[in-house]
Ligand binder design. Structure first.
Ligand code: NAD
Length: 284
């Protein structure tokens, strides 16, 4: 290991501490308590684990959680009624609908139904549109976490050549927009990109959000680049690895996130930060 290890766990802990302090201060005002509604539909084990850790982190950061667990057989009408009720509930500041939803449910329709003022996951067209226009808005938690990590390692984003791998609405597109808003020159790569290695070789900043174990080879990384590995993949041996060949990439990178313990912990911390922001806004 030659490059700096970006300790997302420690940075996220610091951020959660900041949220806890600010939430405690908000709570001193009568009737104000930052509150996140978490909707979990069905029995996907990975989703249940995510929801459990989000709930625990929220409570530790003085953010109240309203859990809504719905059965696998939930209908679209039932889920839409719950979302509308949460939109209208003045106690609820932020709404998180854990994805993926069971196959009979239309997740796009659910996202369209969310009140943008409570969209702490930054998924609505309003949030993404504001981001595209460079206006303040709720930004999807993982991309927001990536930008904070870049700040923590004093990355020179302005003018840098940034290559984003992946174009999902949850990660790839918003991180590309955030980097562009921060004046990087951004290349957005995806499954049809002709020569991924060639694109990555030119990058000062690489953000990999693909979901394919170690697809990005260590020798693609330019000397001195900063590498943020968003991917979380489980190998046949049950080990968690990222989208980047960590050991080889770390020989070349100036700074790199490990998997686990890099980008992952930042996602939950940013969800809490977004909920706090929602609460502060609604309470004036
Ligand atoms: P997704 O499946 O929605 O999107 C994957 C993207 O990768 C697509 O845009 C696709 O075009 C691109 N892609 C696929 N094959 C490619 C290839 N060969 N070359 C270049 N691009 C290719 O996934 P997502 O929701 O964006 O998540 C991506 C990864 O990040 C997954 O491993 C996921 O588990 C992880 N993730 C981690 C966090 C976190 O908190 N760390 C949060 C969200 C997602």
């Amino acid at each position: 290991m030659i490059g700096q290890l970006i300790d997302g766990k420690a940075i996220a802990a610091k951020l959660r501490g900041e949220v806890a302090e600010a939430a405690a201060a908000l709570r001193k005002h009568p009737g104000i308590a930052p509150t996140l509604a978490v909707v979990l539909v069905g029995d996907d084990p990975a989703s249940a684990v995510y929801v459990k850790s989000k709930t625990k982190a929220a409570r530790e950061a003085n953010v109240d959680v309203r859990d809504h667990k719905l059965p696998q057989s939930t209908t679209q009408d039932e889920l839409m009624s719950l979302v509308r009720a949460l939109n209208d509930d003045p106690i609820v500041d932020g709404i998180l609908v854990q994805m993926p939803l069971p196959p009979q449910l239309d997740s796009d329709a659910v996202i369209r139904a969310l009140d943008p003022a409570k969209d702490v996951d930054g998924l609505t067209a309003t949030s993404l549109g504001n981001l595209a226009q460079g206006r303040p808005t709720f930004v999807s938690c993982t991309p927001k976490g990536c930008m904070r990590l870049l700040k923590e390692v004093n990355a020179h984003v302005e003018g840098a050549r940034a290559v984003v791998l992946g174009r999902s609405l949850l990660v790839g597109k918003p991180i590309a927009m955030l980097l562009q808003n921060a004046n990087a020159t951004v290349t957005a790569c995806h499954s049809r990109t002709r020569d991924l290695a060639d694109e990555v070789r030119r990058a000062d900043i690489v953000v990999a959000a693909i979901g394919k174990p170690e697809l990005v080879k260590g020798d693609w990384i330019k000397d001195g680049a900063i590498v943020l590995d968003v991917g979380i993949n489980r190998t046949a041996e049950g080990k968690l690895v990222g989208d980047v060949q960590f050991t080889a990439a770390a020989q070349r990178a100036r700074a790199i996130t490990p998997v686990p313990g890099g980008v992952g912990p930042m996602t939950i911390a940013m969800l809490l930060a977004n909920t706090l922001r929602a609460s502060a806004r609604t309470s004036g």
